[in-house]
Design a protein around this ligand. Structure first.
Ligand code: SF4
Length: 352
């Protein structure tokens, strides 16, 4: 028997056409979509207001391809990392970061990653495939359940900063945002969603044109092309000038100020000279900058910037007028912090 189609990957038109072919009334489409997205049904039997004959047809023809939580680990700081099992047996990771009233889910957009950022554990896992919008959606639903279960609170924010480069899975990422923010889906405000990119200028512009109203974070991590290309090979084809142009376009089109993420690496990008160069970048675009503590990965070549060195660096940025926030990483003890996903767990089996 051929593989069943994933019903959540069907377009509205395809679903309508299938219902017509099966001689089912068109209004069933609305009911099915409500079960699929708003109620996040895990199987067709849950769809109580559908007649049993239709449920049977749906079961025979389609699957829901649900993502399941395979394993969770809880950090001493309350961060929860979940290994998410996809319907084809591959695994990605999602992270729940509780901070006061803020409950943030960090979701993955690809299995592995095709970019080779030197500071990142995910880079060691070959990209296997893009996630479907429904698989990104499921991570959000499951992290929301974990947030309610462990902290009695619903999710408040979503960041696309897990495994993979979201803008290289553009169509499904955009689709997932539309479902998550739609009243027919989870109804979350797009202002609580951030898409993070390693920097693909053309796709930053495309994202602006989608008018999703989401936030954008650029993983900058170095103040000039020479250093950036050393740690992020994608910079060779997306140099800083192109990225700055794209960020200006994003700001001018959406009115949303992009964030620059900058992981501070000891002796590599945290010197006073780096701060001065970085200020020339921040001054040329409307932006804010997050300085992130680096989390070393096994066998990695970098160490975190710390103490006076880090303070001098951030003080220079602030003095230079950059809107600067220092982000302490969460979930380090369970390898859930930025850049650590896939560091030491069964994902390593997916490397090849
Ligand atoms: S930092 Fe992001 S884009 Fe770079 S290798 Fe890691 S997952 Fe991929």
């Amino acid at each position: 028997m051929p593989d069943k189609k994933n019903i959540r990957a069907l377009s509205d038109e395809d679903l309508m056409a299938w219902l017509a072919k099966e001689k089912e009334p068109a209004f069933r489409s609305k009911q099915i979509k409500e079960w699929i997205w708003k109620k996040a049904a895990r199987n067709f039997r849950e769809m109580k207001n559908l007649p049993s004959g239709l449920i049977e047809k749906l079961e025979n023809e389609f699957e829901l391809g649900p993502v399941r939580v395979n394993e969770t680990q809880i950090s001493s700081d309350g961060t929860i990392k979940a290994a998410m099992l996809l319907s084809d047996g591959l695994v990605v990771e999602s992270v729940l970061i509780p901070k006061g009233k803020r409950m943030t889910a960090c979701v993955s957009s690809q299995v592995g990653c095709s970019l080779s950022c030197k500071f990142c554990a995910t880079a060691r896992i070959k990209r296997k495939r893009n996630l479907l919008a429904s698989e990104i959606f499921d991570q959000v639903v499951l992290m929301d359940r974990l947030a309610r279960e462990h902290y009695g609170q619903a999710l408040t924010h979503i960041v696309y900063m897990g495994m993979g480069e979201p803008l290289l899975n553009f169509k499904e990422v955009v689709k997932s945002v539309r479902i998550i923010t739609s009243p027919e889906g989870l109804g979350m405000s797009p202002s609580r969603i951030t898409i993070s990119t390693a920097g693909i200028a053309k796709m930053i512009r495309a994202l602006a044109d989608e008018n999703l109203r989401v936030n954008l974070a650029l993983s900058l991590h170095a103040p000039d092309d020479a250093k950036r290309s050393q740690i992020m090979p994608i910079n060779e084809v997306n140099p800083l000038e192109d990225l700055k142009d794209a960020l200006r376009y994003f700001y001018n089109t959406t009115g949303i100020r992009p964030t620059l993420e900058y992981v501070a690496l000891r002796g590599f990008n945290d010197t006073p000279e780096d701060a001065r160069k970085l200020l020339t970048v921040t001054k040329s675009i409307v932006s804010k900058i997050n300085i992130i503590q680096y989390n070393p990965i096994d066998g990695g070549e970098f160490l975190p910037s710390y103490g006076n060195q880090l303070k001098r660096f951030t003080d220079l940025l602030k003095k230079g007028g950059a809107i600067t926030t220092i982000r302490r990483s969460r979930g380090k003890d369970i390898d859930a912090a930025c850049g650590q996903l896939a560091n030491k767990n069964k994902l390593s089996e997916q490397k090849q």
